[in-house]
Each structure stands twice: as structure tokens, then as C-alpha cells.
Design a protein around this ligand. Structure first.
Ligand SMILES: [Zn+2]
Length: 306
């Protein structure tokens, strides 16, 4: 049974974003963006890209509870769902997909090839693991994306033209970005969060930093970035802040490793204390309470090749 507090925690919120270049819209033909999330630890964004005649759902939440709320908000627009887009394969963005797919069975499921292949290969295993974490709140299956997005492909979604940008291994196995030049909007997904404690457990954080540095000159001027976690903001701000966070973490791990290898639990705790002092109140993107220590250990293994 839900207590009042649990019910409050389980209730997410939808907010309609003000886009930086709203004045450039053709009246009646513009794009609106709404962000859904359930605030707190483990919070993750879904976006509704709302066009004049249809909408596209970006990312699907972890659990049936949150995914059902995304469905309700999508239905609330009164528009047909044109497509469901997955930015990458991480559980917080995909394990609610079955709920959305059942609600909107006609909508193609879009993803990059790496994401599609990962889900085809490991989706069922991911579902089993997540059902262990959230008993009774994770769907039984993870549908495989039905339409692969190619690098640099141009695609019309929600009445706007988007360019597909695919980044290789970094925060995840692959990350698909969508950029609408006319609307000055970039779906960055987990290329960068906004004031969130990131997930470094895929073990490719140095590649992620290099990716961010490559993305910065390309997207520094984009007015609205839609991150996987936290509020929308100018892309240059979010990309720079993500680089600074990861570089700070890397510096602390390297300093500890210069004293002792492998990284000890005490060293990981010192890193957590230093990061929490520098970045206070950054909610974790995943439920693990010791995420910063786990991140430090993963980054140490990556640096030492262990
Ligand atoms: Zn995420």
C-alpha cells in the first residue's frame, strides 16, 4: 500500500520549457518541448517533443509507475504519438519502454544501431536485473527498437527537421543526439547532465571527456540542451560543467592512485567527501547510495587498466 509520502515521491511532474529561439517559430507550426521527471535521487528525464500535429517521446523512464505518467501526459496533449526515441541503452532511459509501446503500438521505436543491438542482445538480462531492484514495478520485456537512426541522417519529427548525431562509447555504449537547428534545440541525453551525480560504471569516462571536448565547439552556441538528468539549459553551459565535473573526479582519483594502488575504500570515501563538498546537492542518476565511491573505483580501474 502506498503511504502518502511514497505516493508523493512516485508522482512526477511535467513542465513546458521555454525555448531560446521561440520568436523564430512560424505561428501554428512551432515546436514545444515538455519535460517529465520525478524529482529526487535517481531522477531521469523524458521529453515530449510536441509539434503542431504529432509528438515524439524521448526516453522511457525505469518503472511502470513513471512510464505510465509519461503515457498520461502524452495522451493529455490530444496528439498522436509519432515515434518513441531511445537515446541510449541505460536502464533509467529504457526499461519503461514496454508501457509506452503498449499504449502507442503504432509508434516506431527509434534508436542508434549500437543501442538497438545492445537491447537485442542484453535487454532481457537488464529487465531481470531491474525487476530485482524494483520488484513489481518493471515491465516483463524490453521491446527491440524497430527503426535504426544513422549518423548524420536528417529526420522530420514533430514537424521539425532534426540531424542525428551519434557519439561512440562514453557514458554508455553509444549516445544518439538530435539537433534541430531551426529551433536551436539539442537533445543531449546523457552526454551531459545538469547538476547531477553521473554514472561512470560503464568504465569509459576518459572517452566520455574526449567526446564532450569534441562536442563543445560544435554545440557551444545552442540555446536549449535537453539533458538526460536535470533542467534544460544552454548547451555550452552544460557541456562545460560536465567536463569540469569529470575532470575534477579524474584529478582526485589520479591523486589517490599516486599514493596507493589499487584504490582503497578509504580513498574512495575521501573522493566522495571532496566531490560532495565541491558539488553539493547533486542528486544521483542511479539509486545506488554509494554511487560516487563506485564511480571512483570504476575510474581508478580505467586509469590503471585494471
Ligand atoms: Zn541516464
Amino acid at each position: 500500500m502506498f503511504t502518502r509520502r511514497k505516493l508523493a515521491l512516485a508522482t512526477g511532474a511535467l513542465s513546458v520549457l521555454t525555448l531560446a529561439r521561440a520568436q523564430a517559430y512560424t505561428p501554428g507550426a512551432g515546436l514545444e518541448v515538455a519535460k517529465y521527471d520525478r524529482p529526487g535521487e535517481g531522477s531521469v528525464n523524458s521529453f515530449l517533443l510536441i509539434g503542431p500535429r504529432s509528438l515524439v517521446i524521448v526516453d522511457c523512464q525505469r518503472t511502470t509507475v513513471e512510464a505510465a505518467q509519461v503515457v498520461a501526459h502524452a495522451r493529455g496533449t490530444g496528439l498522436p504519438v509519432e515515434a518513441i526515441f531511445l537515446s541510449h541503452e541505460h536502464a533509467d532511459h529504457v526499461t519503461g519502454l514496454e508501457v509506452l509501446h503498449r499504449a502507442f503500438p503504432e509508434a516506431p521505436i527509434l534508436a542508434g544501431e549500437v543501442t538497438r543491438d545492445w537491447i537485442a542482445r542484453s535487454g532481457q538480462e537488464l529487465i531481470g536485473m531491474m525487476q530485482g531492484f524494483f520488484p513489481g514495478r518493471v515491465p516483463d520485456r524490453l521491446p527491440v527498437p524497430t527503426r535504426v537512426l544513422r549518423p548524420d541522417e536528417r529526420i522530420t519529427l514533430a514537424g521539425a527537421e532534426w540531424r542525428v548525431d551519434q557519439l561512440g562509447r562514453g557514458e554508455a555504449s553509444g549516445m544518439t543526439l538530435l539537433y534541430s537547428e531551426a529551433n536551436d534545440v539539442l537533445v543531449t541525453a546523457d552526454l551531459c547532465g545538469n547538476r547531477a551525480t553521473p554514472w561512470l560504471l560503464d568504465g569509459h569516462t576518459l572517452e566520455w571527456i574526449a567526446q564532450l571536448e569534441q562536442a563543445l565547439p560544435r554545440y557551444a552556441g545552442v540555446g536549449t540542451a535537453l539533458p538526460g538528468h536535470g533542467a534544460a539549459a544552454p548547451a555550452g553551459v552544460l557541456i562545460r560543467e560536465q567536463i569540469a565535473y569529470l575532470r575534477a573526479m579524474e584529478g582526485l582519483v589520479r591523486d589517490e592512485l599516486a599514493t596507493a594502488t589499487p584504490l582503497s575504500p578509504a580513498a574512495a570515501q575521501r573522493i566522495r567527501a571532496a566531490m560532495e563538498a565541491r558539488y553539493p546537492g547533486f542528486p544521483r542518476v542511479a539509486p545506488q547510495p554509494n554511487l560516487i565511491e563506485l564511480n571512483a573505483a570504476a575510474l581508478a580501474r580505467e586509469i590503471t587498466g585494471g
